[in-house]
Design a protein around this ligand. Structure first.
Ligand SMILES: O=C(O)CCC(=O)C(=O)O
Length: 309
């Protein structure tokens, strides 16, 4: 069964983003909601650092599937791997990682314009990665709906990666984005109003961001799962998202193994056995070894480690 139409796939290629209505069922939505609640009660160390201080209550976390069965079940059994298979146009689809972006009612924090590719420890040129951003709440531009510049996945350049309230992964070798608001009259911007269960599927190179949440009574909860093909090359560049559990990847290896399991055309028992035994543990010593010593001003600097909520 094909979940996305030919027309949607053509739009994805041309624009770099599509909005899929009712992408997941209410049953999945309820499961994500309870997983997110638990993740807010019980943040990982990475989540505490991402959420930061004085960010208007913003919370984010990554690699939720390491710890919670709901998110593990979600990437194995929800329709998202099928969306990714079609979008990436690849027989083999691997789960890259998952992430939350929670802005409570009135949260003043915007998500700066950025593209995702420079955040990640992968070869910038060789990749085929898509993200599926699912909203759990009705959103519009005013309540922090995600906004894109159509076609910007085809722009030349690697842009500095700013996260919400966090510039720890900004690599000065990358370029500054142009003044985005000055492009509004010449470029097509895309920020659809969305209902719970709708999804945006987008290319790793597309420029996107979101405003603060101006709602006075409704949170804006979003969950992103990220997917890659079997030719996505690991490259441990400075200022990239840390892989927070032990792995054996060397530069030049294709992403694979228990932390990036194949989901389509089928899962591999050898890759699932680690997670099937129970939660995958974060390695604090690995954080310190990888980040503090390698990149003193980086994400896991001592300042960040002690500056927890
Ligand atoms: O939800 C947001 O504000 C940011 C989401 C995002 O940038 C992403 O999922 O790549």
């Amino acid at each position: 069964m094909n979940y996305l139409s030919e027309n949607q796939l053509n739009c994805y290629k041309k624009d770099g983003v599509i909005c899929v209505r009712n992408a997941i069922s209410d049953v999945w939505l309820d499961k994500l909601a309870s997983g997110i609640e638990e993740s807010l009660r019980n943040k990982s160390l990475t989540g505490k650092i991402i959420s930061g201080k004085n960010n208007g209550g913003f919370s984010g976390d990554i690699d939720l599937w390491y710890r919670q069965d709901i998110f593990y079940d979600f990437f194995l059994n929800s329709p998202c791997s099928k969306y990714a298979e079609q979008t990436l146009s690849s027989k083999v689809v691997r789960h890259f990682y998952d992430q939350t972006f929670i802005k409570p009612a009135g949260c003043h924090l915007s998500t700066p314009w950025h593209h995702d590719i420079t955040f990640w420890p992968v070869d910038l040129k060789k990749n085929n990665i898509c993200s599926i951003w699912i909203t759990l709440d009705a959103v519009s531009k005013e309540t922090s709906g995600l906004e894109f510049i159509k076609g910007s996945h085809l722009w030349e350049g690697y842009w500095k990666s700013y996260g919400p309230g966090n510039d720890a992964l900004v690599n000065k070798d990358h370029k500054d984005l142009p003044d985005i608001d000055s492009l509004r009259s010449t470029h097509e911007f895309f920020c659809p109003e969305m209902n719970p269960g709708d999804a945006l599927i987008f290319n790793a190179h597309i420029v996107h961001g979101s405003s603060s949440n101006l709602s006075l009574d409704k949170p804006r909860r979003a969950f992103t799962s990220r997917w890659c093909d079997d030719k996505t090359v690991f490259e441990d560049r400075a200022k990239t998202k840390p892989i927070t559990a032990n792995h054996n990847l060397k530069n030049g290896d294709f992403l694979s193994g228990p932390l990036f399991p194949q989901v389509r055309p089928s899962t591999l028992a050898s890759e699932l056995s680690l997670r099937d035994k129970g939660p995958i543990k974060l390695s604090k010593s690995k954080f310190i070894k990888d980040r503090v010593f390698k990149d003193l001003a980086g994400f896991f600097s001592f300042k960040n480690l002690i500056n927890l909520k």
